[in-house]
Ligand binder design. Sequence first.
Ligand code: HEM
Length: 626
Amino acid sequence: MVAARLHIDGKTMIPDLLRTAPHLRPVLDRYGLQGCGGLLGPVESVEFFARAHDVKLDHLLGELNVAQDLPAAVPAVASKPSLADTIYRPFFKSGIAIVLTLGAAWGAYLLLRIGFKGDFRAAGLHEINAHGHAQIFGWVGLFVMGAAYQAFPRFKHTSLVGPRWAIASLAMMLTGIIVRSLAEPLAGTWPPLIPVAVVASLLEIVAIGIFAALIIATWKAAGKGMAVYDYYVLSAIVWFFLQSVYETVHLAATLTASSREQLVGLVATWQGALRDMQIHGFALLMILGVSQRVFAPFYGLREPKRRLAMIALVVLNAAIVGEVLGLILMRQLGHAWAGLWYVSALVLAVAVVLLVRDWNVFGKSELPDRNLKFLRAAYVWLLISLAMLALLPAYQFGALRLLAPQSEAATMGFSHAYYGAIRHAITVGFVSMMIVGMAGKMAPTLNGIDVHGLRPLWLPFLLLNAGCATRVLFQTLTDFTPFAYRIAGISGLLEVTALAIWGAHIWGVMDGRVRARPDTQGRARPYYRGEPIAPNHVVGDVLEHHPELLQTFVLLGFRPLANPILRRVLAETVTIDQACRYLRLNSGEILKTLNSAIGHPAATRLTLGVVDQPTRENASACMPRK
Ligand code: HEM
C-alpha cells in the first residue's frame, strides 16, 4: 500500500519517512543508505543524510518528491541487506577482542611488571613488540579496515567491490595477528616458532594488500574522482602496506639475531623508523583524512580549505619520509642526521596545527553528541604529543641535565621514558580515543539507534583520559624518581577498564542488545499521518493531522489548548513530552489514550469554555508524574 503524499523537507527524519513511505528507500539507497540503520534507516534527518553522503539537499528532496509522484521514474536499487551492509561488524568485534586480550590487556600486564620492578627492561623486547604489533595491526588496523570497507563506498554512492575478499582479508589478518602475537614472545625459548611468526606476518601483508586493492577498485568503480581527503586515505593505505613489509623483515631480523648486542643494534637502528611509519604514516594520515570528511557534515564544524589540505598532505608525507630517513641515517652515518628527524617532526607538528585550526575542531559544534568529547580529547592528545616531540631537545639537554644529571637518560643522551610517553600520548590519547569516538558514532548509526538516546560514556572517557595522563606524566617522571614507576605501572589498568566498558557497550549496540532510551529530552520531530503518536511529536503537528483529537487533548489536561491564541502559540513548538512534564501528566498514559482516540470523533461534545475538569474516566490518564 502506498501512503498518502508526504511533505518531505530537510527536517524529516529518515525512520519517519521510511516508516510512512518505504517505497522511497531506493532513492536513499542510491546515495549510500544500503542497509545502513536496518529497516527504518539511521535516526537522522534527510538534511543530515544529504550532508553525510555528500549530496545536495535540494537535489535529494527533488528526487524523493519525484519518487513519491512517479515511483517508476527512479531506478530501484536492491535494498535487500547484503554482506557488505554490515561488514564493519566482524572487524570491530575482532578489534575489540584483540585489544582486550593480546593488545592493551597484555600491555597492562607488561606495564605492571615494569612498574613493580622499577625498570623498563623488566619486560622482554619480543614481549613488548608482540604487544605493539597486536595494537597496530589488530586494534588500529582492524578498525580502519572495517570502517573503510563500510563507509568509503558509501561516501562515493557505490557498493564495496569484492565483499567476499574483504572477509577473506579479515580471516588472514586475524590469523596473522593471533599466530604472530603468540609465536614472537615464545620463539626466544622455542626457535621452531620463528618461521611460524614470519609466515603469520606474511599473511598480514597479503591481507593488507587485499584491503588496499579493494578500496582502490571501489573508488575506480564509483567513477567519482578523488577528493582531497581521499588522498590522505590513499597515503595512509600506502604507509599501512609499507610498514607491514618493513615489520616482517624487522621481525625476521630480530628473531634471528645471533647475540644480545646485535639485537639491541637492530632495534636501535630500525625500530624507531618503523614506529613513525605506523603511527604518523598510517594512523595519523588516516585519521586526518577521515576527520576532514566527517567533521563538517557530522558535527557542523568548519569546512576544510582544499588548498591548505592539499599542501599539508604533501608536507606531511615529506615530513614522515624525513623522520624515517633521519632516524635510520642517524645510526648509520652519524648523529648530525638527528637534525633531519627533528626538523621533520617540527614540520609535521606545524602542518597538523594548521589543519586543526582550519577545521575549528574546538569551536562551537552545531550538532554535538556524546562522541564529540572523545574526538576533541583525541586532538588535545595529538597536540600534547606533538608539543612533547618539539620539546624533546629541551627535555633531554635542558631539564634532564639540570634536574637529574646522574640519571641513565642524561648519561646515555636518550630518555626511553620520555620517548615512550610521547608515543603513548599519541597511540592511546589520540589514536585509541579517536577509534572509541568514531565507533561510538558509527555502530549506533548503522544499527538505526539514535546516538542521542544512548549512555554518554563518561566513565570510559574519564578512565581513558586519566589512565593516559597518569602514564604520560609518571612514565616521564621515572627519569627523576623511581617512585614514579609504581604509579605509571597501574595506569594500564585504568585504560583497559575504560576499553572494556566501551567495548561491551559497542558490542551490545552491534548485537541489538543496547537500545536508545525513549527520547525524554523533548527533541521535536514532525508527525506524519498514520504513524503512532510519540513523546517527541509536536502537539501542533498532531492536531494538524488529527483535529478530532483537540477535545481529547483538553479532556486529558492540556487545558491551555482550549484557548485558540495559546493553541496557536504553544502547540507549534511544544512536544507532547514537554507538555506532559510541564503539566505534570504521565506521558505514557496520555499517549495510549491519544493513539486509541485517533480517528474517533470525541464521545462528548463539550464547549471549550466548560472543560475545566478532566472527566473521571480520563482522570487516570492524568496521573501526576512520580
Ligand atoms: C591501552 C593500554 C596500553 C598499555 C597498558 C600499553 C603498554 C605498553 C608498554 C608497557 C610498552 C613498553 C613500554 C616501553 O618500552 O616504553 C608499550 C609499547 C608499545 N605500545 Fe603500548 N600500551 C597500550 C596501548 C597501546 C596502543 C593503543 C598502541 C597502538 C595504537 C600501542 C602501541 C605500542 C607500541 C608500538 C609499543 C612498542 C614501542 C617500541 O618500543 O617500539 N600501545 N605499550
